[in-house]
Design a protein around this ligand. Sequence first.
Ligand SMILES: [Zn+2]
Length: 92
Amino acid sequence: MKEPTLKFPVTCPSCALQSFTEISIAVVANALLTERNIRLYASCHDIYWTATFIEREQLRKTLSSMKFETRRAVVQLASSQTRYALRKSDCH
Ligand SMILES: [Zn+2]
């Protein structure tokens, strides 16, 4: 099963170009719950950074506006896959 992701609009810290980053829903949901950092990515400069408070709030709104079925899947995924997904994203 492919891990569900969401597309989130980000602004590159280097050039301010707007783009979309694809990020694991399970990682975002778990990070918001546990106050962990969320890593965002801009392809134009191949750069990673930690989501700011404002970006976290935007992610929270994006998640809460999703359909119930998606959120139920998130709860199941958050417990089983987040540790692996976080470790994977730390490798960049
Ligand atoms: Zn850039």
